[in-house]
Design a protein around this ligand. Structure first.
Ligand code: TRP
Ligand code: ZN
Length: 467
């Protein structure tokens, strides 16, 4: 489920895949399809995602054995061709692929780097099902400059799976870019005694047979690939409902046993509070996972934020839960708009701090603004580049942008804009231009100068008028 987009990778793929069976000509035969692009058209990540089709649903039937670190199974991908195709690509990093079928029939495929090219004649608009059977030891993206280690990371007792920005390909084949959202079913088989946690809700009780247990999870709302998780290991689990009636699933590694009740309670309370600020909760459940893998980071995995090797405080829980609205439900279509995720989640932290009776959002803004030599003044957050994608500017200056907007349009218009943003693009994708257009429409003000200074220009913007 993605927005129609211009495809810029088309020229590259032609050199990677073989031509028509006759091998005689580069000219497409009239009526026949051409190769789908090897990237979805993101300038920062040219080979992420793919062109020519739109995934609607993934079924990931996967087994993982923490002792041998082997992942194996079949990914079934239901998609629709968005152009006439002679082949299409999937993103997949590592593994041995043993079979690929399209429409139930064996399909030829080639692999080159993280691109798998599958030969299939598909007509524009045609739904098609691809099944990929594969196995091997997952290889996360390790120590990438600026982004660290991400993807499917083996832990001492299972796996820590946090894939932003493009680590879904380290555990399943697909269209690994946030512009293509899809629903998911996870059928996860692990040794008895190990818990397998994915997004969405459990479908029935886990079933045990032959020393293994299968957990079936369904995420029935569209989700971007980097938010999918298959976190496994020994876990203590607490389930229940928020006071507002939203189901909660909290899980902690036994090392964090003392945190289970608190993580459950704080996650429930903050989810309910964000409903009052941002509007209806976009998903069917909320929660959190504290794993023993010491990434030191958290990721806003849809319905199941994950905290890597630390006791999450209210600030970070408020951040990851705000992402459920901003990033998870309303998703970016291209990485340079990342402030729409991180600026919003950071501003939510400031709102939570104020709600708790500590610093006001204005005071937090002032503290950041006072530092005239902060490096973030050199990085306009509205045009994040790959090299500084998760730069503090995207977080702090992104949040300041929202506060500057609030100071300019007033509280009523500001919170109306925020709630309308969440509802207009619920379960979809959106861009910075759509946000600035909405802000002007709701406030009735011209805001080009404000957004220009805060999002697009180098240098510290002019002071805001105090509210
Ligand atoms: N989105 C995360 C946050 O700000 C940060 C992050 C990016 C991350 N890539 C990651 C965390 C990979 C864990 C793994 O909350
Ligand atoms: Zn974040």
């Amino acid at each position: 489920m993605r927005l129609a987009r211009a495809l810029s990778g088309a020229l590259i793929v032609v050199t990677l895949v073989s031509c028509s069976p006759s091998g005689a000509s580069d000219q497409p035969v009239a009526g026949s399809g051409s190769a789908g692009a090897s990237g979805i058209g993101d300038d920062d990540f040219p080979t992420d995602g793919n062109g020519g089709y739109d995934v609607g649903h993934y079924t990931l039937a996967l087994g993982y054995d923490p002792a041998t670190r082997q992942l194996s199974g079949t990914a079934t991908i239901d998609a629709t061709a968005t152009e006439n195709l002679s082949s299409f690509n999937l993103d997949l990093h590592g593994f041995t692929v043993s079979a690929v079928t399209v429409g139930g029939r064996p399909a030829a495929y080639t692999r080159s780097g993280d691109e798998m090219t599958v030969t299939a004649e598909l007509s524009k608009g045609a739904p098609f099902r691809t099944a990929v059977t594969y196995q091997g030891e997952p290889q996360p993206v390790r120590n990438s400059p600026n982004l660290g280690t991400y993807g499917f990371v083996p832990t001492s007792d299972g796996s820590f799976v946090a894939s932003e920005p493009n680590g879904a390909k380290t555990w399943f084949p697909g269209n690994d870019h946030p512009a293509d959202k899809a629903t998911y079913e996870f059928r996860l088989t692990v040794p008895d005694g190990v818990t397998a946690i994915a997004n969405g809700e459990l479908a029935g009780q886990p079933a045990s047979a032959g020393g293994k247990t299968t957990f079936v999870w369904r995420e029935t709302n569209p989700m971007v690939s980097y938010l999918a998780t298959m976190t496994t290991g020994k876990f203590l689990v607490k389930t229940g409902d928020t006071e507002g009636g939203i189901p909660v699933y909290a899980a902690v590694d036994p090392r964090y046993q003392s945190q289970l009740d608190r993580v459950f309670e704080v996650s429930a309370r903050i989810t309910d509070y964000w409903v009052t600020v941002f509007g209806p909760y976009p998903f069917k459940s909320t929660g959190g996972i504290v794993d023993d893998y010491a990434s030191g980071y958290a990721l806003e995995n849809q319905t199941k934020p994950i905290y890597g090797g630390f006791e999450p405080d209210e600030g970070i829980i408020s951040h990851e839960l705000a992402h459920q609205w901003f990033g998870d439900s309303v998703s970016i279509s291209r990485w340079k708009d990342l402030w729409l995720n991180e600026g919003f989640a950071t501003y939510a932290e400031w709102l939570w701090t104020e709600h708790r009776g500590q610093a006001t959002a204005q005071q937090t803004f002032d503290r950041h603004y006072a530092n005239a030599t902060d490096p973030m003044w050199n990085y306009p957050p509205g045009v994040a580049q790959k090299a500084d994608l998760f730069n503090n500017s995207v977080y702090a200056r992104g949040a300041m942008t929202l506060h500057a907007l609030r100071a300019t349009v007033g509280d009523d218009a500001f919170f109306k804009i925020i709630r309308q943003w969440a509802s207009d693009h619920r379960h979809g994708n959106a861009t910075t231009e759509q946000f600035t257009t909405l802000a002007e429409k709701v406030s009735g003000q011209k805001l080009g100068e404000l957004f220009g200074q805060w999002l697009f220009d180098k240098g510290r913007p002019n002071p805001i008028t105090k509210r």
